[in-house]
Write a protein that binds this ligand. Structure first.
Ligand code: DCP
Ligand code: MG
Ligand code: MN
Length: 339
């Protein structure tokens, strides 16, 4: 996955926030760690950034909501300058796992497996001596390109090419860029594109296959990472890699093709961010609805396990506004869709 480096923060406790982020990074790469505690380090980093006076003791921090005794102990450790827990747990395995996890298609489990098989570096993995899936091999081949974030301008240029190719196929196609770009971020981990056809039938018309074929011919798309089982299904997703030109880096691109009536729900879901989505879904549930990437539903019956037993009745899905309205919420601009 991609990581944000917390650049641009300048508060009095920024160095503490960074320390907690280091712990979060380190433990994320290790098996058998309590995931609740790991997320706690990430939350603590956020809290450190919100406190506008300098924290000088663990006991003082203990009074802040969200900082318990063990986080306060970590703060005392940081303040003392002594080698803390993180120092002793900063093992070669933890460093390798966090390095390998930056390769597209390599998860924590894979990374640990590769370490156990003896891999210690990107070059080791490139030797061909380790088992990798086809997608992981592409991830490894393009490692240096794909690990970077994509500047906003470049996302826009990629999007414009995809849009103009789509509209050359059929002027009834709607094309939108979602994800972090739509939220206004200055850089993105990938380019997330949504496609539908006004009036429907995009599946039957083979829109996704035709679009990817044209993008390859144009030289924008260079690799497939995940292709749909059925290119002509009403909902189909393509995942791959592309670049603007030979002097540009390879970038991750996702293209999702969906039924026209699901446009608003898909746009909402894939614009994110993930935390915003979670809180919106929770709100929907609390008010008797169920929200997913296809629509807002009413009358969904859930079992004791929380799993759906009936689909329920579709209430809204065509536009984002329809969904916010049905929930009695004011539409929130994508730039403000943060927790
Ligand atoms: N999404 C989600 N839950 C997930 C994965 C994704 O709700 N487990 C939604 C929210 C994301 C959106 O899909 O914002 C797009 O997913 P990305 O992984 O592309 O994330 P972003 O575009 O937000 O960030 P990045 O710049 O890293 O691509
Ligand atoms: Mg994205
Ligand atoms: Mn994506």
């Amino acid at each position: 996955g991609q990581k944000h480096d917390g650049k641009g923060y300048t508060g009095p406790n920024e160095w503490l926030a960074k320390k907690f982020e280091e712990l979060h990074e380190l433990y994320q790469g290790q098996v058998g760690k309590n995931s609740f505690a790991i997320r706690g380090y990430q939350r603590a980093a956020g809290i450190m950034r919100r406190i506008d006076y300098p924290i000088t003791t663990g006991a003082q921090a203990r009074a802040i909501p969200g900082i318990g005794q063990s986080l306060a102990d970590r703060i005392d450790e940081f303040l003392s300058g002594a080698h803390g827990r993180a120092f002793y747990e900063n093992t070669e395995q933890a460093r390798c796992v966090s390095l390998f996890k930056d390769i597209y298609g390599v998860g924590r489990q894979n990374a640990n497996d590769l370490y156990r098989l003896g891999a210690r570096s990107i070059d080791d993995l490139r030797s061909g001596r380790y088992p990798l899936t086809a997608g992981q091999k592409i991830g490894l081949q393009l490692y240096e390109d794909l690990k970077g974030r994509i500047p906003r301008e470049e996302c826009k240029d990629i999007f414009e090419i995809i849009r103009s190719e789509a509209q050359a196929i059929d002027d009834k196609l709607w094309v939108e860029i979602m994800g972090s770009y739509r939220r206004g971020q200055e850089s993105s981990g990938d380019v997330d594109i949504l496609v539908t056809r006004e009036g429907g039938e995009q599946g039957k018309k083979g829109v996704l296959g035709e679009l990817v074929k044209r993008l390859k011919k144009k030289g924008l798309v260079t690799h497939d990472l995940g292709t749909p089982n059925d290119w002509n299904a009403p909902e189909a997703k393509w995942m791959g890699v592309g670049r603007l030109s030979a002097v540009h880096k390879h970038r991750r691109i996702d293209i999702l093709c969906i039924p026209f009536e699901n446009w608003g729900a898909a746009l909402l879901y894939f614009t994110g961010n993930e935390v915003f989505n979670r809180s919106m879904r929770l709100y929907a549930r609390k008010t008797g609805f169920s929200l997913n990437q296809r629509g807002l539903y009413k009358g969904v019956i859930r079992g004791k396990d929380g799993l759906k037993q009936t689909e329920g009745e579709l209430v809204a899905s065509q536009t984002e506004h329809d969904i916010f309205d049905a929930l009695g919420l004011r539409w929130r601009h994508p730039h403000h869709r943060r927790p």
